[in-house]
Design a protein around this ligand. Structure first.
Ligand code: SF4
Length: 64
């Protein structure tokens, strides 16, 4: 699911410490930088830029 990262979303993300990236997911293999279930990670990785135009939620995300 892709959402626009508008001011409301970014505010709620900070307020609730929302985690949504592969780096926060129990299925992320840190050493190989891959998904243990074999899903593509490109859209779900922690962005390097502080501001995101959009966020893409992974349906298989498991909180680490
Ligand atoms: S399940 Fe989704 S969020 Fe978790 S590591 Fe795989 S691609 Fe990333």
């Amino acid at each position: 699911m892709k959402l626009t990262a508008d001011a409301r979303f970014l505010g709620e993300r900070a307020r609730f410490s929302l985690r949504l990236h592969c780096e926060d997911c129990a299925l992320f293999d840190v050493e190989r930088a891959t998904c243990a279930h074999g899903y593509p990670t490109a859209e779900h990785r922690q962005p390097t830029e502080p501001l995101e135009a959009a966020v893409v939620f992974c349906k298989d995300f498991e909180m680490a």
